[in-house]
Design a protein around this ligand. Structure first.
Ligand SMILES: [Zn+2]
Length: 75
């Protein structure tokens, strides 16, 4: 899991200079602060990232040791 989510699409906030917000949920970057849960719950970026996180968790291989240890065939 990524510690910070900063790769979401951003757009400039017209009323403010040097201020940006998430292009999807329109929440300012200063409030989001790199945290996924600070996006709106229905934010497309948040939804997508959550999906990826869940998918990654699913894809994570269960630690089943199929790799057999080299049989020490000692005579
Ligand atoms: Zn967002």
């Amino acid at each position: 899991m990524k510690p910070f989510y900063i790769d979401y699409p951003q757009e400039k906030i017209e009323e403010h200079q040097h201020a940006y917000r998430c292009a999807h949920c329109k929440i300012p970057t200063t409030i989001i602060f790199g945290l996924l849960e600070n996006h709106a719950e229905d934010c497309a970026y948040r939804t997508q990232q959550s999906k990826w996180t869940q998918l990654a968790a699913k894809l994570k291989p269960h630690k089943e040791h199929f790799d057999e240890p080299h049989a020490d065939e000692v005579d």
